[in-house]
Design a protein around this ligand. Structure first.
Ligand SMILES: [Zn+2]
Length: 362
């Protein structure tokens, strides 16, 4: 699928291009680190420790170690993967974006879709390093073997066209314990039609039906591995050829709600499910933290100047960048409110009824 093809990043090239020091800078952490001859020491940002000697970076080797709770170490990709709680492939993609690395040189298709994000990154302190990094890049390397990054965050290239109606339905088991573990009620499971899939392309995964943005026909399933996937398997997978960025998850359903009600925009499937369960029925998910041109056009069709939009993304770097971009782009079409959290890593699916009420979501 084009989405994944455009996201191949050569790990070696990314690791060579970005130093641990630059990444600490990016997180605004460098002040907390003490510089040695070939080291930086400070409290562990991963487990958010306080002991100033427990986390150590070896500058020449460009690697790190946490001697305390994490008891692990690794390279710059491992660090970002832990900080962002994503797979290494996604960590590489985020590094490429944060530091403005030249995707052509990294043998990846450039993400044409998000010029505004690059702009906002350029205003961040890490960007001066980013420019230097660009020049220091090694010559083009052989691309990594094609390994799909099916994490449904951040559609890469601008996709066009539509997804064809599927014409069949998967037989799913709605009683799989993962769904209850995720906090979904039987009513929500039924409403969203999710369940465990025993066979086929989504075998061993929780299949999430995706309906076309406006007409509402079933166009595909996303498959979530129940729990942490074994090595090498992506948390999410989408059918080959499925164009995620031309769909807005749950838009057809949201449009049935009264027009005066605010439209809540979240990133993920489970955010939409949990909000629905709380009573936020007019909620759509971008299936990632960036708004594609096609998604923007779909939303714009149904927004009026008096419409209200509430953007609630994950409280992490990708989420913050994404929501700023959504705000900037939808602000011309509706009243847009961004709901942020003070808790790093917070996801809308963790919202409690009390907080939802205080935010006037329900
Ligand atoms: Zn640690």
């Amino acid at each position: 699928m084009s989405k994944t093809e455009s996201r191949f990043v050569d790990f070696r090239a990314v690791k060579a291009a970005v130093t641990m020091e630059q990444v600490l800078n990016h997180y605004g952490l460098s002040d907390r680190f003490k510089r040695g001859r070939d080291s930086l020491s400070g409290p562990c940002p991963i487990h958010q420790g306080t002991n100033p000697t427990q986390f150590r970076v070896c500058i020449s080797k460009n690697c790190w170690n946490c001697f305390s709770e994490c008891k692990c170490g690794g390279n710059v990709l491992d660090f970002v993967a832990k900080m962002e709680n994503v797979e290494p492939m996604e960590a590489a993609n985020r590094l490429v974006e944060w530091f403005g690395l030249d995707r052509a040189q990294l043998n990846v298709a450039y993400d044409q879709n998000r010029p505004s994000d690059r702009q906002s990154r350029d205003q961040r302190p890490a960007s001066s390093n980013g420019a230097a990094v660009n020049e220091a890049l090694p010559p083009p390397l052989v691309p990594s073997p094609a390994k799909p990054n099916a994490q449904p965050s951040r559609p890469a290239k601008e996709e066009t066209g539509t997804n064809k109606p599927l014409g069949f339905r998967l037989e799913l088991d709605p009683s799989h314990p993962y769904l209850a573990e995720r906090g979904l009620s039987p009513e929500t499971i039924d409403e969203f039609g999710v369940g465990f899939c025993g066979k086929g392309v989504m075998a061993q995964r929780i299949a999430i039906p995706i309906h076309a943005a406006v007409k509402g026909e079933l166009v595909g399933y996303a498959g979530r591995w129940p729990g942490n996937p074994p090595d090498g398997r992506p948390k999410y997978r989408l059918p080959d050829g499925f164009k995620k960025s031309v769909e807005v998850y749950r838009l057809a359903e949201a449009l049935r709600e009264p027009s005066e009600q605010p439209l809540v925009i979240v990133e993920g499937f489970f955010d939409a499910m949990k909000l629905w369960q709380l009573g936020v029925r007019k909620c759509v998910a971008l299936m990632g933290s960036s708004l594609s041109g096609a998604q923007e056009a779909l939303l714009a069709q149904h927004l009026r100047p008096a419409s209200q939009v509430i953007v609630m993304f994950d409280e992490d770097h990708a989420g913050r960048e994404g929501r700023e971009d959504v705000l900037r782009r939808l602000a011309f079409k509706a009243f847009v409110r961004v709901v942020a959290s003070t808790e790093e890593g917070f996801q809308p699916e963790q919202l409690t009824p009390t907080v939802a009420q205080s935010l006037h979501l329900i």
